[in-house]
Design a protein around this ligand. Structure first.
Ligand SMILES: [Zn+2]
Ligand SMILES: [Zn+2]
Length: 267
């Protein structure tokens, strides 16, 4: 079964440059459009990947990008790399800085380097007045502490692949940040996350695939994940909010357009 809706959803965080997707990008985007997911933000995670993002967004209509160095990469990032990022991020189709943040789950880079590189992304985001896409894993308090130093300086903050508890969510919302949900919110064992979700005002929420990772229920076995499957996450959240798919989609699409300063589609 494939759900088909006459809507224009935006996948606000996809890795369309990754293996499994980039080799068949035309087909991936055609599937996506067929499913009603008609715009994409493809997110860079490293030096080579950012180059690929710049190339892809220059070729694809209705696709914009975000550039950053994933916290996993922090140990290898130099001053020259940060200067390059600052320069690349001026591109008009680069709508955000990231993903960046802290990942203490894998600790592929030292905590100290992760914190330093994260701050430097925030400096760029503040300087260019572009919103910032945050990756945080097992580092919530440290992430929020660093962000607190930038209060009033950032154009917008979204915590991607959101999985916070009630207390963390209250803090995120009090700070004025946004949250973005992946397929994890659809998983059978994500009941707690769905309860938390109900407390989030709809105008602070966005959705994403984070493809090729995290295929949503009931397509968890479909690998790689791709933007077409975003509709399952949208349907799950629409049900939670007691809205039709169309009502829900319209609201979050507007939120995403405003947050990322995307041009509105002609009505
Ligand atoms: Zn991430
Ligand atoms: Zn990602």
């Amino acid at each position: 079964m494939i759900l088909v809706f006459a809507m224009n959803l935006i996948d606000t965080h996809a890795h369309l440059t990754y293996e499994g997707l980039i080799e068949r990008i035309d087909e991936v985007l055609a599937h996506s459009i067929e499913a009603g997911v008609t715009r994409w933000i493809t997110v860079g995670t490293g030096k080579e990947d950012n180059e690929k993002v710049l190339h892809l967004i220059s070729e694809c209509e209705n696709m914009v990008g975000a550039l950053g160095y994933h916290p996993h990469e922090a140990d290898s990032i130099t001053d020259a790399d940060m200067a390059l990022l600052q320069k690349q991020a001026h591109h008009p189709k680069v709508v955000a800085i990231g993903e960046c943040g802290l990942d203490y789950h894998y600790m592929y880079s030292s905590a100290q380097n992760q914190q330093c590189i994260f701050r430097r992304h925030l400096d760029i985001a503040a300087d260019l007045q572009k919103p910032v896409i945050i990756h945080t894993r097992q580092a919530f308090d440290e992430t929020m502490d660093i962000l607190a130093d930038y209060t009033g300086k950032l154009r917008g903050v979204v915590i991607h692949c959101y999985g916070g508890d009630q207390q963390q969510t209250k803090l995120v919302l009090d700070r004025g940040y946004y949250v973005s949900f992946t397929g994890t919110v659809t998983f059978k064992n994500s009941g707690d996350l769905r309860e938390v979700t109900k407390t989030i005002p709809l105008d602070r929420l966005m959705i994403e695939t984070d493809c090729p990772f995290i295929s949503p229920h009931p397509k968890r076995n479909v690998k790689p994940n791709e933007p077409a499957l975003l509709v399952y996450t949208a349907q799950c959240l629409a049900d939670l909010y007691g809205l039709s798919f169309e009502q829900f989609s319209e609201i979050i699409t507007k939120t995403s357009e405003t947050f990322f300063n995307l041009p509105r589609l002609l009505e």
